[in-house]
Design a protein around this ligand. Sequence first.
Ligand SMILES: [Zn+2]
Length: 231
Amino acid sequence: MDPQSIHFNDWQRLLFGNAPPEFLIEVLIRAIIIYAVLLFVIRLLGKRMSGQLSITEMAVMLTLGAIISVPMQMPERGILHGVVMLFFVLAFQRGFTWFVFKSRKVEDITQGAVSILIKDGILELEELRKLNISREQLFAILRSEEIYHLGQIKRVYQEANGNFSIYKADPVKPGYSILPKMDDRLGTDIQRPADDALLACRHCGNTIRIQSDKSCPVCGDKDWEKAVLAK
Ligand SMILES: [Zn+2]
């Protein structure tokens, strides 16, 4: 666009661009057609597109969004190439899904694998660091599942789609308290020290009988507190 032709009080251009006002009606018709085709394509992509998305499905969704914006709004473009591209993405996703289904390795790379975050009451610190999940984020999720100390946990997985799966320990063992530290009242209301000699590592949750000046055999830290059991 010629810089000379830009004026701030040029309301005609600001509101309608270079297209005549009648193009508004055309945009409406374009939008209805593209919307109908888009619904059709998403329907064909499969059921899960409308529920929880995997990362490849998310990428497809974003691509669909980018494709439809041009034929909906650009007066100099027809809608046919947009429609063709939508079907091309559909074919691509179908082919890709088939490929992923065939190869375990491709599946792991594109969909992400399951990660173990807690194993028998002990945090998998290296895994948490890799996934960029803080201990407090994880504890918040556990508290929402009415888990108050790590001894209640057998396994916590993060699934490929980002969800957490929690398996509780049975029987419950003494463990590291995950209640908010500033809420002492709650702590003493629902928890009791498991045993005076039993300490929990503040870093990884490892719970053992150990002298408080010794390093944690799991993570090497020296920061201990008394392990707890639910009352
Ligand atoms: Zn530790």
